[in-house]
Design a protein around this ligand. Sequence first.
Ligand SMILES: [Zn+2]
Length: 294
Amino acid sequence: MAALGVDVGGTATKAVLLDDAGTALEVRSLPTPQPGGSVVGEVLDVVAGLARELPAGRVGVAVPGIVDERRGVGVFSENLGWRDVPFAELLAERLGRPVAFTHDVRAGAVAENRLGAGRGARTMVFLPIGTGIASALVSDGRVHDADGYAGELGHVDVGHGEPCVCGRAGCLEAIASAAAIARRYTASTGREVHGAVDVARRVEAGEPEAVAVWDEAVEALAQALAWTAGVLAPEVVVVGGGLSGAQDLLLEPLAKSLSERLTFQREPRLVPAALGGLAGCHGAALAGASRAEP
Ligand SMILES: [Zn+2]
């Protein structure tokens, strides 16, 4: 029986129809409604529209922010501007049947673990690097969620003075997210760039200011992953986001710096994500498919 997975992202809402073998039959993408008084109702409209377009026996929906899966509540989303939304209940009401409700990054981790770059790993970290930095831990094939609070690797202190959106300074995300790399390059040179990919091109060309910003991001990531290797000992770290394809610019120097920081700890393999921006909706579909019958 096919399962529909919907991932409500900050800018786009993506949907995939997966067959029993985990193969994508159809993919759709629509703009996500923007924050405001009626954002939750508008998000429900988008999901209901996708469910009509791609009929499936089972449905899973993933959203960003802090998500309490057990209670079925979207606790907080800074980007979409909601607090304490009983999504599982609202979705069931709207779609006329039970819906698996989950978190975008944790869903992505499950998808990469079962269908993607982390296949076969018992313990794995999924680390998407985008506007922010999130992470999710898979242990023995299950995601560690801790009522929605686990995985905030973006907000560990890696020892620098830059302010973070969370209100503190020193966070990994404030120096190593794709947005931070672009912002810091512009701050140091006065030159506008089209995102971190543009900075990566300048690193390849050997531009010293770009190399400096890039190296600081890589070192900060290595520091955070060294802690992660010590505490969680993942076999694999699946790196996601637009920069993860930059094997020789990002993954190789990161693996080298991480290796230098470890002594007896298990050294994880660093691999680029396989499902790209569709990991979240694949994971939502898997959550829908595995949902127990009421
Ligand atoms: Zn922070």
